[in-house]
Design a protein around this ligand. Structure first.
Ligand SMILES: Nc1ncnc2c1ncn2[C@@H]1O[C@H](COP(=O)(O)OP(=O)(O)OP(=O)(O)O)[C@@H](O)[C@H]1O
Length: 244
């Protein structure tokens, strides 16, 4: 489970997150949706201990990331598509990660097979395509068989095969009882993947619901997203005295 509690983050004068709270339950793929700059990456970076919140916190299975003794066994994450040093092979990259958690070579080889990189495992990552780098990032995230997965815009720039592969993988991970949070700024990307949805706008919670509920209430998912984020903009344009 992921618990985001009253999370606020300011970068100088920019309020990236403004008292954001929501919970992500296991057994579902939860989409984390919001326009560019809404605060999705900031939330994930804080969850993974990469940024410090101004106030509030994020708990993974009840603990902050920085308190986890064996983080690879607690949470797997892919925040960008450049997970390995370009001079290092997929095999060596995963082996190095595995050693930090006493994970065996067999697990690394099985994962390379699972993500479709077995054939290029000894080649340098610098020569990998975007799709191959994404697959390596996913392998690294899965290495410790963690109960929580967090993926930031994982299908950006991928071809249809890669998109389908990641989509099926996320659904399979959720079906096995894991907590899966996947961010996107496009509703169309989450439509076929997520069954729950957390929508944020300008660092605030806009909706926390199921896909079905949202589609029924607004007569379609795209329409729901446009309506909800437009309302947010409208509200934020008149913060002092409310709407005119
Ligand atoms: N390191 C930083 N320094 C200053 N401002 C930042 C920093 N990181 C994020 N921001 C600002 O915080 C806000 C939220 O950004 P964030 O990247 O979290 O949004 P996002 O929802 O992930 O957007 P996108 O879909 O474009 O990736 C934006 O206004 C952004 O400019």
């Amino acid at each position: 489970m992921i618990e985001v509690r009253e999370l606020t983050k300011r970068y100088g004068g920019t309020v990236a997150l403004d008292g954001l709270s929501f919970t992500v339950e296991p057994g579902h793929v939860t989409g984390f949706l919001g326009p560019n700059g809404a605060g999705k990456s900031t939330t994930m970076n804080i969850a993974l201990g990469l940024h410090t919140p101004t106030s509030g916190d994020v708990l993974l299975g009840g603990r902050r990331y920085t308190d986890l003794e064996q983080p690879l066994h607690e949470v797997g994450a892919m925040l960008d598509a450049a997970p390995a040093h370009p001079g290092r092979s997929a095999l060596n990259h995963l082996r190095a990660l595995a050693r930090t958690h006493r994970i065996g070579r067999r697990r690394v080889e099985d994962l390379l097979e699972q993500v479709g990189l077995a054939g290029v495992a000894r080649k340098k990552a610098g020569g990998y395509s975007l799709g191959m780098r994404q697959r390596l990032g996913i392998a690294a995230a899965l290495l410790g068989d963690p109960p929580v997965l967090m993926l930031d815009e994982p299908v950006n720039g991928l071809d249809p095969d890669g998109v389908r592969w990641i989509r099926e993988l996320m659904r399979a991970q959720a079906a096995e009882g894991r907590t899966v949070l996947v961010s996107s700024h496009l509703m169309s990307e989450l439509e076929l993947t997520a069954d729950r949805l957390v929508i944020i706008g300008r660092g605030r919670l806009v909706a926390d619901t199921t896909m079905r509920e949202l589609a029924e209430r607004y007569g379609g998912l795209e329409r729901a997203y446009m309506t909800l984020t437009a309302q947010d903009d409208e509200y934020r344009a008149h913060p002092a005295g409310g709407r005119p």
